[in-house]
Design a protein around this ligand. Structure first.
Ligand SMILES: CC(=O)SCCNC(=O)CCNC(=O)[C@H](O)C(C)(C)COP(=O)(O)OP(=O)(O)OC[C@H]1O[C@@H](n2cnc3c(N)ncnc32)[C@H](O)[C@@H]1OP(=O)(O)O
Length: 428
């Protein structure tokens, strides 16, 4: 039986089917109905991978559920003491929508089971990742919260603490332009990918999604500023960029605009510092807001009083181990570890059971074993810990990991940690 033929749970009013590009109007209608937003004919789904788009059709043929998967990459820690990074394939689940008239009848559950079996059958990605609209939806399907971020609000103009290892660079120029996919698409794709390598948890995107970053429909352009870009370069060699949009308003006859930082990527810390100073210093603005800022981002260390930017914690990447052995061997470990794990997995039975993980800085092996387990835990905890932020020791302190061999939990927890906190600055 192929994964596409998997039976759906009995209560579901229909079955999981492939969705073709020609059915995009139905997909859009369903998405608008589920996510509550108006139709915008200019918004084309040209970044969809239609061979990875599935839905549930009710017995009368109506499309009552849809989801689409992107072929993404996620950055994981590796190397001695968790100081390196490695980029691995990740199935990025998105556009999950269920018809409001068919809620809570198992449509999502059927689609999730299909998605996980499909990714397993393809064998290309050992991981599935997503951003959740509501944080309580996906843990039941084995997803763990792997990265968190801060939403921040900066005042006009930044006074930053001196950073001897990130001095001002007179040779670094920052230029302002209207962002244009023809002029800047390749530059953004290249710099974004290079910036991803600087931090675990980062998600790299397809060429189509990179182009989508520049998309503004005619209807959107009637209401908002065209997307602008700041490009930093040294002697013509680009080292970073920021995509921004400003909203202008006047309060009591005084300018009171806001700059939104949609994406800021840099290949070195000097460029990063200069770009943050630039985005926070547009004329006629009084605030700059940014989302998905790493919880140990340099900004927090540079600002004399980080309290002023009102960091608000947001959940970002939920990660699901689809193939346990390939997932755990796709990264290196900060310290040597040799541990037997008893893993529970309600949806992917090929993961459940007892595994011996032997990890070192440059790689790992993970094989089935009959040895007695050192730790018992759910697959969800492993997904959360994989990019090196969520601490397994903390999960243990919360009663989510059972330790049978004293010291095994602390050792694995330390081995999985990254030297810096993971973050996911791109939402998909
Ligand atoms: C990756 C992404 O795209 S995130 C976007 C998700 N989509 C949205 O938020 C759009 C609006 N909402 C919807 O389309 C739907 O309500 C969905 C997709 C959230 C849920 O679809 P449904 O078909 O109703 O879910 P289903 O019936 O399979 O429910 C499975 C379980 O999840 C629970 N659940 C479903 N939605 C939610 C929710 N929003 N919050 C908490 N629990 C939920 C159900 O109660 C059920 O629990 P049970 O097994 O204990 O009974």
């Amino acid at each position: 039986m192929s994964s596409a033929d998997l039976p759906v749970v009995p209560s579901v009013p229909g079955s999981v089917v492939a969705i073709a590009r020609e059915q995009d109007r139905e997909v859009r209608w369903l998405d608008q109905a589920a996510f509550v937003f108006p139709d915008d004919p200019g918004h084309e789904l040209d970044y969809f991978e239609w061979d990875r788009t599935f839905g549930v059709r009710a017995d009368d043929g109506e499309l009552v559920g849809v989801n689409s998967t992107y072929s993404l990459r996620v950055v994981l820690p590796t190397g001695e003491l968790g100081t390196g990074t490695v980029s691995r394939p990740m199935a990025g689940l998105s556009w999950v929508s269920v018809h409001p008239g068919y809620r809570r009848r198992g449509v999502l559950s059927a689609m999730m089971r299909h998605h996980l079996h499909e990714v397993h059958a393809r064998g290309e990605e050992a991981l599935s990742g997503l951003h959740a609209s509501e944080a309580s939806i996906y843990p039941r399907f084995g997803y763990g919260l792997a990265t968190v971020g801060y939403a921040v609000s900066l005042g006009r103009g930044l006074t930053l603490r001196d950073a001897p290892a990130a001095p001002d660079d007179e040779g670094l120029r920052v230029r302002f332009a209207t962002a244009d996919v023809e002029a800047h698409g390749a530059l953004v794709a290249d710099l974004y990918t290079r910036s991803c390598a600087r931090r675990p948890g980062m998600v790299d995107r397809t060429a189509a999604l990179n182009r989508g970053r520049f998309r503004q429909t005619p209807r959107e352009l009637e209401k908002e500023e065209p997307l602008r870009i700041l490009v930093a370069d040294r002697e013509g060699r680009p080292t970073g960029y920021a995509l921004v949009q400003r909203d202008m308003k006047w309060t009591d006859h005084a300018p009171d605009g806001t700059t939104r930082v949609l994406e800021l990527a840099a290949t070195d810390v000097v460029t990063e510092r200069r770009l943050w100073q630039a985005v926070a210093d547009f004329d006629l603005t009084s605030a700059t807001i940014a989302y998905r800022v790493a919880t140990d981002h340099p900004l927090l260390a540079w600002l004399p009083d980080a309290r002023t930017i009102k960091p608000t914690r947001t959940d970002e990447l939920f990660l699901r181990v689809v193939d346990l052995d390939r997932a755990l061997t796709s990264r290196g470990y900060a310290i040597d570890v040799d541990v037997v794990l008893a893993v529970t997995d309600g949806l992917c039975p090929w993961n459940a059971g007892t595994w011996r993980l032997v990890g070192a800085a440059d790689g790992a092996t993970c094989e089935r074993t009959n040895d007695a387990p050192d730790l018992t835990l759910d697959v969800r905890e492993l997904g959360a810990a994989l990019p090196g932020g969520a601490s397994l020791a903390a999960a243990g302190a919360a009663g989510l990991v059972q330790e049978h061999t004293p010291g095994a939990l602390a050792r694995l927890s330390t081995a999985m940690r990254s030297a810096i906190e993971p973050a996911t600055t791109y939402g998909f």
